[in-house]
Design a protein around this ligand. Structure first.
Ligand code: SF4
Length: 378
């Protein structure tokens, strides 16, 4: 396998000034949206059933054969401007064999090509599995929406369909915290993501404090949107979401990188509340707002079927398959031809914004024509 060194990603450390997952980086570099990020689903198994799970409907109790890893590595090798890979599930570390036979080889490939890598995990598996990633992985991405084991029990098993004993949940909660502390001490960059939703919006300062205590290097915050398991949960108003963000900014540790993503606030808004919040987010130190990679610079590949997804928006099923086409070609067809992409692919350079995520538009701005708007200079 030929290793291409990506000079840009070799030079910079991940920091508030350098986030290669943000599609604005590749948009500026290439002058158009470009495929620079590939996410791979390596399992549909998970030991938890979180109430907000974005892939809850696809979780299974058993799974079949994975495609040969070489098929995926060959497709990755063809992606001309690849800069980042992400590994997701289910719980990617659920089986030790997946760690050894799929995850470590993918991370080794990424390292040899100078790509940045991220994995999503609930961090409740044995430490020995995570330890194997230490030499290769850039970002361990975890979900953290709790202030204690009771929250973890309520949120983490809501979709189980059967009662889960509190004691079993507490054990996993303690394992997650111990793993986070030990991995952080061993040098792993852990980014803990919290969602802003009906449960968390008044607890975010306390959640943030616990994330800091575990040694995490970044706190990611995203509003929850109505997809998969979350479709039936109560949604917050835009005003409640904005208030939760302000409270978090008032109380956060100013030394910790905070990354906000998938926000429903745009610089073209006529609402003073939105513009005030955007202005604050921009002026705070160590706070960044990531444009959403969905449909902008990233595809997801299911390693069991080879199906390629450009976004988790419900109206768009698999958009191709790695058996049939190069990933760059599938992505180009989505960019240039898909009518839904044409509704949100705006770009205001002055605001560093490249438009709303499809779920965000669908939930809060169904009748708004973003393509006819422009950022208001702040
Ligand atoms: S890029 Fe689109 S969403 Fe962002 S400020 Fe401009 S018009 Fe609004």
């Amino acid at each position: 396998m030929k290793a291409i060194q990506n000079e840009t990603s070799q030079v910079y450390d991940l920091s508030p000034d350098y986030d290669p997952w943000d599609p604005i980086v590749s948009l500026r570099k290439y002058g158009r949206h470009t495929l620079t990020s590939v996410e791979m689903t390596v399992t549909n198994l998970c030991n938890m059933r979180c109430e907000h799970c974005a892939v809850g409907d696809s979780l299974t109790m058993k799974e079949g054969e994975m495609l040969p890893l070489k098929t995926m590595l060959d497709r990755l090798e063809e992606v001309e401007h690849l800069e980042t890979i992400s590994i997701t599930g289910g719980e990617p570390m659920f089986r030790a064999s997946t760690v050894d036979e799929v995850i470590v080889p993918l991370l080794q490939y990424a390292k040899s090509r100078g790509l940045r890598s991220q994995i999503n995990s609930n961090l409740t598996m044995p430490y020995s599995r995570y330890e194997k990633l230490l030499p290769y992985l850039d970002v361990m991405h975890i979900s953290f929406n709790y202030v204690n084991g009771d929250d973890f029990h309520e949120v983490g098993f809501a979709g189980s369909g059967h009662p889960v004993a509190k004691e079993a949940a507490y054990r996993l909660y303690d394992t997650m915290i111990a793993n986070a502390e030990r991995l952080s001490a061993d040098g792993m960059f852990i980014s803990a993501e919290s969602m802003i939703n009906y449960r968390t919006h008044r607890k975010l300062p306390e959640i943030h404090r616990l994330i800091g205590e575990m040694g995490c290097r970044r706190h990611e915050v995203h509003p929850m949107y109505a997809s998969s398991f979350a479709s039936s949960l109560p949604m917050l108003s835009l005003a409640e979401t904005a208030a939760a963000i302000h409270e978090l900014l008032d109380t956060r540790d100013p030394e910790m990188w905070m990354l906000f993503g998938t926000l429903p606030f745009f610089a073209c808004s006529e609402e003073g509340r939105d513009l005030e919040l955007i202005h604050r987010l921009r002026s705070e130190k160590k706070v960044t707002v990531r444009n959403d990679p969905d449909g902008r610079n990233r595809v997801n590949v299911n390693l069991f079927t080879g199906d390629v997804f450009v976004t988790d928006f419900a109206d768009i099923p698999a958009f191709g398959n790695i058996a049939a086409r190069k990933l760059d070609d599938t992505f180009a067809e989505w960019l240039d031809r898909h009518p839904l992409n044409q509704t949100v692919n705006c770009h205001c350079e002055a605001a560093g914004c490249c438009g709303p995520n499809l779920l965000v538009k669908d939930m809060y701005y169904q009748n708004l024509d973003f393509k006819s708007r422009k950022a208001i200079t702040l």
